[in-house]
Design a protein around this ligand. Structure first.
Ligand code: NAD
Ligand code: MG
Length: 394
């Protein structure tokens, strides 16, 4: 029986993963090692009971009594805290979903790779902050990383059976989010509720707001560069409001392989779950005649400066991705708290990169996970200072 673990089980990616596991036999078909979550311990316990998990872990110590109570009589162990989540990743599983949001997903993913199984990687922040280390760890332990971000799963699928050397360009699409047509002046006053309302995808709040600001696409540009190793100049972003074409790979003969599918993450998750085979997945079948038309437009770096910043990070590499991601997370926290404006997020990130690069070399490749975490820590402090300046200046 195949063993699995789901990190971030209670989130949007985690629920979709749970749904697919349950549809393909649940506890009868898979041996569940670990499930992790954060505040929603009732849901975590419910999932752990159903899949008969070995252990359920909440990120928060304060939630442990609640988790224990919800698991009474189930035989599922309960644990809490970041260290317990990392320890859960030390328990071997054949297939692990990395579905925690933010840099918190990095350590568990790294630890899971040491068993040499498969890591289904939804947590793009791992590749942005520590891409080279992550790939080196996978290689050293014979582990396989399967991209779960829809665009990256699409690129992966379009590359199957192809010669990587014949690739000329890689195009990842972006819906353009809720503010695709908003003028710059209006963007400054965009609210959290407006930013959360993604037109096509149902996702966690943080990634939904990142989609509105295009910080999500910025992370994905870096993710493409790190995971597939293509030169940054070969990687393009294309706005495609219908979110049907997820990515395109262009070859030197002028041909392009595109990947199409409905905006349902269960496709990319299911592809990773059944890889290298193709399983039967419960996603809607496309009716292109009914859709009628698919449209495309160039992204606007002026209204969405995150894309320009991503290009800088792709050129710098080294520790700049860790600084970029940490600054973005802090800026997002302040925006979600209503303390800074929508456009202030990019300004905070840019100012943080400047501040950090003035005190340390961002281009230095990370030699260890500790270096990445130290950069993450430093950038969070600098970003909080930059955010404070913006709050005081308002
Ligand atoms: P979400 O907010 O819905 O869920 C996040 C999960 O992480 C939850 O289980 C939560 O309990 C857990 N979590 C939050 N903070 C934590 C912490 N500090 N320590 C440990 N666990 C913590 O997020 P999501 O939308 O499911 O996204 C998860 C990841 O997948 C992100 O990296 C996101 O960029 C990526 N992703 C998501 C989608 C999508 O459609 N939702 C698509 C592509 C990529
Ligand atoms: Mg994506």
């Amino acid at each position: 029986m195949r063993s699995i673990s789901i990190f971030g089980a209670t989130g949007s990616i985690g629920e979709s993963t749970f749904d697919l596991i349950r549809r393909s036999g649940g506890a009868e078909a898979y041996r569940t090692v670990a499930l992790t979550g954060a505040r929603n311990v009732r849901r975590l316990a419910e999932m752990a009971r159903e899949l008969r998990a070995e252990v359920a872990v909440t990120a928060h110590e304060a939630e442990l009594p609640g988790l224990r109570e919800a698991l009474v009589g189930s035989g599922v162990e309960a644990a809490a805290g970041a260290a317990a989540i990392a320890e859960a990743a030390d328990r071997p599983a054949d297939w692990v979903m990395s579905g925690i949001v933010g840099a918190a997903g990095l350590v568990p993913g790294m630890r899971a790779l040491r068993h040499g199984g498969m890591l289904a990687l939804a947590n793009k922040e791992s590749l942005v902050t520590a891409g080279q280390l992550l790939l080196a760890t996978a290689q050293a332990h014979g582990a396989t990383i399967l991209p779960v971000d829809s665009e990256h799963s699409a690129v992966f699928q379009a590359l199957t059976g192809e010669d990587g050397g014949a690739v000329e360009r890689v195009i990842i699409t972006a819906s353009g989010g809720p503010f695709r047509e908003w003028p710059l002046e209006r963007l400054a006053a965009a609210t959290v509720a407006e930013a959360k309302a993604h037109p096509n995808w149902s996702m966690g709040n943080r990634i939904s707001i990142d989609s509105a600001s295009m910080f999500n696409k910025a992370l994905e540009l870096i993710e493409t560069r790190e995971f597939f190793g293509f030169d940054p100049a070969m990687i393009e972003v294309l706005v495609h409001p219908q979110s049907i074409v997820h990515a395109l790979v262009g070859f030197r003969d002028g041909g392009i392989m595109a990947h199409l599918g409905p905006a349902d993450m269960r496709h990319a998750i299911g592809f990773a779950l059944h890889w290298p085979e193709r399983g039967h997945l419960p996603v809607e079948r496309l009716d292109l005649a009914r859709l009628g038309s698919l449209t495309f437009e160039a992204p606007d770096d002026r209204r969405f400066p995150a894309l320009r910043l991503a290009r800088e990070v792709m050129a710098l590499r080294g520790l700049s991705g860790a600084a970029f991601n940490a600054a973005k997370e802090i800026a997002l926290d302040h925006f979600m708290a209503g303390e800074i404006g929508f456009l202030d997020m990019a300004a905070v990130v840019e100012d943080t990169l400047d501040a950090v690069s003035a005190e340390t070399a961002l281009t230095m490749p990370a030699a260890s996970l500790e270096e990445v975490l130290a950069m993450d820590h430093l950038a969070r402090i600098r970003a909080a200072e930059q955010a404070r300046k913006r709050i005081e200046g308002r």
